[in-house]
Design a protein around this ligand. Sequence first.
Ligand code: HEM
Length: 553
Amino acid sequence: MELFYHLLSRLMRLAAITCGLWILIRRVAQASSAFPLQSLQNDRIAIIAALVISLIGARVWEYIELAPLRKLPSFQLLDFRELLPITDTPRGKQVLEWVKKSPGADLMDIEVAGGFHTLIPLSPRAHRDIHTTRAADFEKPLFGRNYLSRLLGNGMILSEGNVHKHQRKVITPSFRIQNIISLQPLMAEKTNLMFKGIDHEMCENERIEIASWGSRVTMDIIGPAFMSKDFGSLKSPDSPMEHAYKNLVEPSSGQSLLFMLSLIFPRFIVRAIPTPTNRMLAKNIDYIRSACRAILDEKLASLKGTRPGDADETTSDILGSIIARGDFSEQDLVDQMLTFLSAGHETTASSIAWATHLLTLPQYTHFQQELRDEIREAVKIAPAFDPAQGILPYSTLEKLPLLNGICEETLRLFPPVTNTGRVAIRDTFVADTPIRKGMMLAIFPWATNRNPEFWGVTAEEMVPQRWIDEDANGARRLNKHGGAASNMCEQTFLHGNRACIGQDFAKAELRYILAALFERYHLERLEGDRGHVVPAGSLTIKPRGGLYVRGPW
Ligand code: HEM
């Protein structure tokens, strides 16, 4: 919609000024008999003259308005799809090339079709302004929210202002580390169930498709964790919920087209267009919504009598805590359920696939054995713990250097959310550059996370060691910066009050599943697979066509 309003307002401004000038020119021409003013008494010539003057005026105005941006490195974006969230190439790949040509810059100016300018933050200073210092001056663009609300629900990811503040306050306690630790037995149970399925598939087909296993295991973890509902995805790849999400996240030209139309038309028009994609989206979203509604009804019935404040004592899942702690309407709760189901499973599933991709590339396979050794060594000396809690306790897993180094590198190199956007809601500044109200900003974790200025010559390589410090006695300890100068050099989860609320959950889940997976299996690419993958997806990226791997087990 922003693009539409931008073009419409330019057009209307041009028309209004042209009309005004035309009237003025006619008056002046009528009052004068001198050449060349006399010829302007002809209406057609007067209109052309008015149009030419207003076009020149508009150009001059734009020149003045965009003056602060002229000092920025500037590029023309010819392929508009680079800004869309539905991807068949990693969003940010082109931007990364431009980033490499703009060392030291805070911001980059991208001119898209029709003179529409979008700024891309590059430096930690610019990111800090957008995410923390001046975060209140930015919102998510309306067209993106309109489109995504269909897939993600009108939940926390898309809310703004005080509504968002309230939701964040109510939901944050559910993501405390203590609560995440208590989910480890669930992660262990579901990972073991996944192994049964993997063993079976391997026996039958001599290969497995790891991206879909990642999707199924994370779905069966977020379901019980968020709403005490086991969707049974691991038992059946055709479980209705798994099936519905599989359809939704499949990238297609139909989805890209609808997204582009939502730049221009209001959402009720876009949703009413009778395309096969619209019908597919409606059918699957209706299914997910009605399933969530039924779960909510059950939940509300079981919580009758719970007093606000009793949440953690009386409820066993995040939804119950939110109901007891907040004052959400039932409609809001269904939207939050949709948001957490989408955000809470496809993202981590994507990371499981990308970690496997990296660890099965010939140059990195040695990390598999080193990881296995690290885990087996830790099992020998781990403090006594209940094996039902999982392969190792949370407190041990979170400190294992190589395991965490691999997770961090996977999240850095393949951020599941490759791009997102913001729009300035008032005149403001980013890294001292004046930003006019309405200016669009595009954030590309893919490009920031691979910027050689921050990560050195090995920026695009997997180097788990950058997250590990070694002291004089050879003791290895994790660091939190990966050798970069600022935490803003990585944008996988963003930062500040709009950072991913589930990042500790996601990291714990990824850590657990990878530790268990690579302790148990040695995975290899199929014969003839040279490791070339195309990152693709709707909202998050996964290897297009899946990632097939095989034993030896
Ligand atoms: C590897 C896994 C994950 C990645 C890379 C990731 C990434 C992100 C990113 C980049 C955002 C900000 C989007 C924006 O503002 O444009 C975000 C927001 C969010 N994520 Fe995640 N996410 C992951 C896992 C999860 C999980 C497991 C959950 C829930 C269990 C979750 C729930 C959310 C929510 C609710 C928000 C909105 C936060 C807000 O606006 O206040 N995410 N995530």
